[in-house]
Design a protein around this ligand. Structure first.
Ligand code: PLP
Length: 414
């Protein structure tokens, strides 16, 4: 038996590509200075690395505007707080859904309780997908903003973002998208009409913890909610208006950004290799014909990653469906999915199953409500302690899945 069989990639992807560990280490050693604060060469080079990361991420998410509108934060939670607090004012109506993570739900609840903002939660269908007519029915004259996740961290159901964005445009609403579970596995294109994309660095983007961000489309303005040093315009008594300084106060996580930088380059190389393999010598032409070479290569990479992860999750899902007394939250055939499956076992609390997987089989999964209590209300798993979530990743091996399937059979037959 191996020391660990890691099936908790929805919590954080692990391991990361080797290039990420190496570049974080080497750049932190060679350029561990405060970027953007001092004019010396090292600080300028550190700032250049940060700007090149903004550019890559802008392209990755289909943001064609100023790369300085890619703002770095601590994680998706931080980004969602900044976006929601910065966009909404007292009397506004916010639409969100019962599929959301507490990063959205708690932010929305505090806005409602402390800032007089009305909040509506849209009900998904019984497979965990949003219906456009249900969203449309929730819109009132006071609705200004809508925030939805691209995929649930409990069911793995991927929402039809293009149609949701079109609906938001039709009603002139701001659309914020929580891409925590999809960035790096499903394509996201801000040109569909997304106003703000929020992302976290440590999941499908293969960066470390403690770095995330948001991208604010041209023409959308967010009020800052944090104030402090930016390294520019120090004489001004107030936060500068220009991005990214408007929303970035204090020293950035330069090692975190270096990790994201290396991870973007890793995706670029992986995708470039895939395109090259498919098109032979015409690879560079194929990439530049697609417009942005970084984005085109990354799309090829995430398609490849998604395919591998879905092969693993389909094996797991099929196996779970064959076991007596096991119920999955939704079905793989319901619609588009990421590689996340949650389930319950009759007569066994979720926590007990996870503990047995860990103690007896060295399998790491997550049990409970997964910070998304409303989804469990929808699937009737709230009062029984939630569900067990399994999330394979790109670095999962077939033999790891073999081991997991044996473990599940043995636990569920007891
Ligand atoms: C859908 C979703 N949104 C937001 C978050 C919050 O991400 P972070 O903890 O990196 O802020 C998560 C984390 O699991 C998530 O799955």
């Amino acid at each position: 038996m191996k020391e660990n069989y890691y099936f908790d990639n929805a919590a954080t992807t692990w391991p990361k590509p080797e290039e990420v560990y190496q570049f974080m280490d080497s750049f932190f050693r060679s350029h561990g200075v405060n970027p953007g604060r001092s004019g010396h060469e090292l600080a300028v080079e550190a700032e250049q690395m940060i700007f090149s990361t903004r550019r890559m991420l802008a392209d990755f998410f289909g943001h064609s505007g100023d790369p300085n509108r890619v703002v770095f934060t601590q994680n998706a939670t931080d980004s969602l707080n900044i976006a929601l607090r910065g966009l909404l004012t007292a009397g506004d109506h916010l639409i969100t859904t019962r599929l959301e993570h507490n990063a959205v739900l708690r932010s929305a609840n505090h806005l409602a309780r402390d800032f007089s903002i009305d909040v509506s939660l849209v009900e998904p269908n019984d497979q965990g997908y949003l219906q456009l007519d249900a969203i449309e029915q929730a819109i009132t004259k006071k609705t200004t903003t809508m925030v939805v996740n691209h995929a649930s961290n409990v069911t793995g159901a991927v929402q039809d973002l293009k149609s949701i964005a079109a609906l938001a445009k039709k009603h002139k609403l701001h659309l914020i998208v929580d891409t925590a579970q999809t960035a790096g596995v499903v394509d996201i294109d801000m040109s569909w009409g997304i106003d703000i994309v929020t992302f976290t660095g440590h999941k499908g983007l293969f960066g470390p913890m403690g770095i995330g961000g948001l991208i604010v489309a041209e023409g959308v303005e967010i009020k800052p909610m944090r104030f402090g040093g930016t390294g520019v315009d120090s004489a001004s008594p107030y936060q500068p208006d220009v991005y990214p300084h408007r929303l970035e106060a204090g020293t950035l996580s330069m090692p975190g950004i270096a990790g994201l930088n290396a991870a973007q380059k890793w995706l670029l190389k992986l995708g470039g290799d895939k395109v090259r393999h498919a098109t032979g010598d015409a690879a560079e032409d194929a990439l530049s014909a697609a417009g942005h070479s970084h984005r085109a290569a990354c799309i090829a990479a995430i398609d490849h990653i998604h395919q591998i992860e879905m092969q693993h999750v389909s094996r797991i899902w099929d196996h779970l469906e064959s076991l007596a007394g096991v119920q999955t939250l939704g079905r793989l055939s319901d619609g588009e999915h990421i590689a996340v499956v949650s389930f319950t076992v009759d007569g066994m609390p979720a926590q007990q199953v996870a503990e047995m997987l860990d103690a007896d089989y060295h399998v790491c999964v997550r049990a409970g409500l997964q910070c998304a209590p409303q989804v469990h209300q929808v699937f009737n798993t709230f009062d029984t302690g939630g569900a067990i979530r399994i999330s394979p990743g790109y670095f999962t091996e077939e033999a790891d899945v073999d081991h997991l399937l044996v473990a599940l059979s043995e636990i569920c037959s007891n």
